[in-house]
Design a binder for this molecule. Structure first.
Ligand code: ATP
Length: 422
């Protein structure tokens, strides 16, 4: 078999413990090949004789423990080699977690549950990916819990979920999303509905605990929990809530001494809290860029990575579905019926009549069979987006990854919108 190699481009020689960082320019693709030595991207090893392609907006770090030669071709916004990285600290963290897993194996107990916290843009998702990759590379089957509803990587924005990691993340595409467990939240910040966020956090913790009971390998491998960058006020409360719900053993605080001190003060003493610095390579992302990545995430859901799928478009009759939104708009306490709290309002299922206002919205297709199933805490089969509403014919058109008909009757409306244009 003939092996394709990169022609031209720029070569980078990395000494041991160095990292090549680059960002791909808008509307460009950068190709990369490893010529000599060994290297990894966020914990996934690079293979020789393979050309890796990165799309615009990608921010990549190629790290080498031994030294290597990397070839890049295409327009990068920045590309430089750094000698200063916190990779040794992260590797030591992995080693400590691995010891806890070995202990768990010996004693037939459960492995470490680790939560990664910190403000936005400190590399939380990247540290999660690294720890999961290192764990799976030594034969573990860790579970990834995604609580970041804004920039999550398990499913589309506005969801939380869990994923059993069975192989290292693909260098270009990330973790294989076979059979993730996904729940509808419906907004990109937990603050949109704190009560619902807590319910879903508790649900994920419960499901994970059940799986641990059934499968000892999953229990001993533990989990890695990614969180939102919202760490003040209610955001901080939600972190504490998650720590309790999952009964975490370790909290890694990235780059925020204040948050570290608060957690040391508020967490029980058996929770190990460590403060670690962020990598200098983590790139700050603007609001605009965050919107772009959210949009790309939804596009990828429907069209696949590199547009390798083609979604279906079909009509749905109003009578065949029921659409709900979780949470009624807040009303002043004095207006609530006797015996009701504002929190009850947040968990209310409000029926939504189809109309032009739902066009471009994402809807979660709940796996609930009947309305008596708890729609709030039932996981979802997948997502559709409404592309048109025909009030006269009482139908709407949807974009769907699967052909008609919709697998279930109950749909949950999300604030997240997607325009199918490019
Ligand atoms: P958020 O709170 O917004 O979810 P985060 O703290 O999880 O952010 P990441 O998503 O892990 O941050 O990282 C932000 C960006 O920086 C990502 O695009 C990631 O690929 C990039 N990045 C992380 N580490 C490095 C590095 N060492 N060199 C270059 N880029 C990096």
């Amino acid at each position: 078999e003939e092996i394709e190699h990169l022609q031209g481009g720029k070569e980078y020689n990395l000494s041991q413990d160095n990292e090549l960082r680059f960002e791909v320019e808008n509307n460009e693709i950068v190709q990369m090949e490893i010529k000599e030595g060994l290297a990894e991207v966020f914990g996934s090893e690079l293979m020789k004789n393979r050309i890796y392609k990165f799309a615009s907006g990608s921010k990549i770090a190629v790290f080498t423990w031994q030294g290597c030669k990397i070839l890049l071709r295409g327009k990068t916004e920045v590309a430089y080699v750094s000698k200063e990285t916190p990779m040794m600290v992260y590797l030591n963290t992995h080693a400590a977690l691995e010891q806890m897993r070995q202990q768990a194996e010996l004693e037939a107990t459960r492995g470490p549950k680790v939560m990664v916290v910190g403000p936005g843009d400190v590399g939380k998702s990247t540290v999660c990916r690294l720890l999961l990759n290192y764990a799976v590379r030594v034969g573990r089957r860790p579970t990834f819990i995604e609580l970041d509803v804004g920039q999550g990587s398990v499913s589309v924005p506005g969801t939380v979920g869990a994923l059993l990691v069975e192989r290292p993340a693909d260098v270009e595409q990330g973790f294989a999303l076979t059979a993730p467990l996904v729940y509808h939240f419906g907004a990109t910040s937990p603050g949109a509905n704190m009560k619902l966020y807590e319910i879903l956090t508790a649900k994920l913790a419960e499901v994970f605990a059940m799986r641990c009971k059934t499968y000892s390998r999953i229990a001993q491998s533990g989990c890695v929990i990614n969180t939102c960058g919202w760490i003040k006020g209610e955001g901080y409360q939600s972190l504490k809530y998650a720590a309790q719900a999952f009964e975490v053993d370790v909290i890694i605080v990235l780059d925020q001494e204040r948050l570290y001190n608060e957690l040391v003060r508020d967490m029980p003493s058996f929770v190990k809290i460590v403060l670690q610095s962020k990598s200098g390579g983590v790139v700050e992302r603007s609001q605009g860029f965050r919107r772009f990545t959210r949009d790309e995430k939804v596009r990828e859901y429907f069209y696949g990575f590199n547009c390798c799928y083609y979604p279906h478009s079909f009509e749905v009759k109003f009578v065949d579905v029921e659409i709900y939104k979780v949470g009624a708009p807040p009303v002043p306490n004095s207006c609530l019926p006797l015996g009701m709290t504002p929190e009850d309002n947040q968990t209310k299922l409000v029926p939504v009549n189809p109309g032009p206002e739902i066009v471009h919205h994402l809807l979660s297709v709940s796996l609930a069979d009947t309305k008596e199933d708890d729609l709030l805490s039932t996981n979802v089969a997948g997502f559709i987006v409404i592309t048109n509403v025909d009030m006269e014919r009482k139908t709407f058109t949807v974009l769907s990854p699967a052909p008609r008909p919709l697998p279930r009757r109950y749909l949950l409306l999300s604030d997240v919108r997607f325009m199918d244009i490019k």
